[in-house]
Ligand binder design. Sequence first.
Ligand code: 3HC
Length: 700
Amino acid sequence: MGDVVSYSREGEIAYITVNNPPVNALSLPVRQGLQQCFQQFAADGEAKAAVLICDGRTFIAGADITEFGKPPQDPWLPKVIHEMEALDKITIAAIHGTALGGGLETAMGCHYRCAVASAQVGLPEVTLGLLPGATGTQRLPRLIGPKAALDAMVSGRPMPAKKACEAGAIDKIVDGDLKAGATAFAKELLAQGAKPRRLSEEVVDTSGIDEHFFAEYRNSVAKSARGFFAPEQIIKCVEAAVSMPYADAVKRENELFMECMMSPHSAAQRHLFFAERACSKIPDVPADTPLREIKKVAVIGGGTMGGGIAMNFANAGIPVVLKEINPEALDRGLDIIRGNYDATVKKGRMSPEAMDQCMGLISGALDYAGIGDCDLIIEAVFENMALKKEIFGELDKVAKKGAILASNTSTLNIDEIAASTSRPEDVIGWHFFAPANVMTLLELVRGAKTAKDVIATSLAMSKKIRKTAILVGVCFGFVGNRMFFPYQREAGLMMLEGVPAERIDKVAYDWGWAMGPNGVADLSGLDVLVKVKNEWTERPDDPTLWVIIEKLVEQGRLGQKTKAGIFTYSGRAPVPAPETAAIAKAEAERLGVAQRTDMSDEEIIERLMYSMINEGALILDEGIAIRSSDIDVCFVHGYGMPRYRGGPMQYADSVGLDKVLAAIEKYRARYGDTNWTPAPLLVKLAKAGKTFAEWSAAKG
Ligand code: 3HC
C-alpha cells in the first residue's frame, strides 16, 4: 500500500495528494503525511505553489471519528493546519466531493481554495455533538462573516460549492478536470504575485453585529437546538472570534471543544453516526447480493398511511399505483396526497413543477389486476390479520413472478401473512412510521422464509426513498412498538397512581423526547391502541394495562382526531383534561392502585426508560434485533427520541447496566414480577460489567 499522503512536483507546482479511502479522513498517518509533505514543499526550492488534492471519491471528509474519545495523538490537526498556513509560499486546496469538518478546516489552512461545482463544503461537527475544533470556529467567521458562519456551524448543513463561492469560502469554481483547473488557478495566482492569505492574521468583519446579535441568535435557534450541548458551545466560540485576539480565541475553542468531546451528548451522537451505517449490514446477506429490479410500486389502501407511503416513492421518481376499493376512497386518498404536497409548496419547500411531477407519478387502481405489473406491492390497510391474509391471498394470484409483497403491519406475524401466499420467500414487512412521508424510520421485518435478495432489495430501496431501515425479526410489535408498549404502560400506571398526564409528558419532553407518551398516544389514536391490545393475545396479565385509554375510548375520546383524548385539544395544543384525571381516580380505586404523592422526576424517567430498555434486552437475546445500535436507530428515527441520548440501549450503556438493573429490582420489589422481572441478558451484562454495545460487537 502506498503512502496515504504523497508529494510530487510538475514544474513550479507541487502536489500534495491524500489517498486514504473511503473518505480521506484525517487519521494519524494522514496528519503525519500532511505535516511531512508540506515541510518537503517548504524545502523544495523549485516549487513555488502547492496544490492539496485528494484521490478517490472525495476531498478530506473530516477528522477520523473512530479516534474520538481516545487520547489525542500528535501531531494534532490544529498544529498541522497552523504550520501549513505559516508557509511563505502559496497553497491551494482543490476540492471535490465533500470537504467537511476537519477537511474544510484543512482547506481553510490553505491560502486559497478552488472546487468543482458538484463539491460541497461544511462544518457538520454539531451533528456529532462537537464543534469545529481545528480552528474552524475562528477561520470560517473570518472568511464568510460571523452570521453566515454561525448558520453553517449550528445547522451543520453543507453548502454547495457555488453558494460557498458566493459567500467567500471558495475562491474559484473549476470547470472540467480538478487537477488541471487547480494548476491553472495556482499559475494565475503566481502570475498575479499573490501572497499567502492567512486567515489567522485577518480580523472578523463585525460591521453587521450589534450588542443584541448573540442574544437574538440564541433565541432564533432555541427551538432547533433544544437540549443539545454543542450549539451553545459553537456560539461561544464565535463570540470569542469577534471579541478576542486570534490566538486567545483558538485556546478558548480548544477548551470548549474538549468539553464537547467529553460530553455524553457527543458519545451518543458519534454512536449514532456509526449505528446508522451499521444497520444496513446484515450478517448473512452479503453486500453484493444481486438485487431485484423495482421500476413500479403499488400501495394497497389509500388512507393516511398508504398515501404517505406512496409519496415516498413519487418523491424518489418511482411510479406508484394507489389501490383502493371504490372511486370515492381513491379520490379521498389522492386528495390527501395533493393536500400534503400543496402544503409543502405553500411553505416554499417544493416548487409547483416538482409537485406536478410527483402527482404525475401517482396513479389509481380499483382492482388487483391494475397492479399486476408492479415490482413491489405494499399493503397498508388497518391492523387486522384476517383482512391482511385475504389481501395477500389476492396478491398471490395477480402479482407478477418475483414481485416483492410487503406488509406495513406494525405488530402482526409476517409468517402468518406469508402463509396465505404460495411464495412466502417474496413476503417481507415494511413498517413505516406516521406520518409516513416524514418519519425517516423503516422497520423491515424478516419472515422465516423471506429470501435474501428480498431483504437486500428492500434495504437498497429504503435508501432510495431516504429512509433509515433496520432489519428485525417476527414478534408482536417487532422492535419499536414492542418496546414502546411498556413505556406507554408505565405512563398509564403512573396516571393511575395520581401523577397528572401533563406532568409525565413535561418530564419526558424536558428529558428530550419530541413529545411525551400521552401526547404520542393521542396523536396515534387511542382507538388504535385499544385495537392493538385486542390483537395482542400474549400480553402480560396486568389489569392496569392501558385501562385509562380503554375508558377514554368508551367516552368517544379517541385522541387528537376527535379533539379529545388523554388531553383536550384547542387546535393542536394539548390542554389538561379533568375527564382523564377523573377516570384515573375511579380506575385506581376500582383496581386498588395506591396513590403516590412523592413521585420524583427521576422516577418518571426511570420507569419510562428502564421498562423499555428491559424489553430491549429481551429482544436482543431473542435475536429479534441484530445489534443494540439498531434499536437505537429505531427510536431516534421513528419515535422522536433525541439524538443526544443516542437511543435507549446507548442510554442504558451510558448510565451503566448495573444501575439500570438496581432500579429495575427496586420497581420489581414494589410492583411485582409481571412487568419488572429483569431480562436475563441485562442481569448477565450488569454482573459482568459489560454494555449492550460490547455484547453486540462480540456477537459479530
Ligand atoms: N471518520 C471515520 N470514518 C468515516 C468518516 C470519518 N470522518 N466519514 C465516513 N466514514 C466511514 C463510514 O463510517 C463508512 O464506513 P463503513 O463503510 O465501514 O460503514 C465509510 O466511511 C463510508 O461512509 P458513508 O457510508 O457515510 O459514505 P457516503 O458516501 O454515504 O457519505 C460522507 C460520505 C458525506 C463523507 C459521510 O461519510 C459523512 O458525512 N462523513 C462524516 C463527515 C463529518 O462529520 N466530518 C466531520 C468529522 S468531525 C471533525 O472533523 C472534527 C474536527 O473539527 C476537529
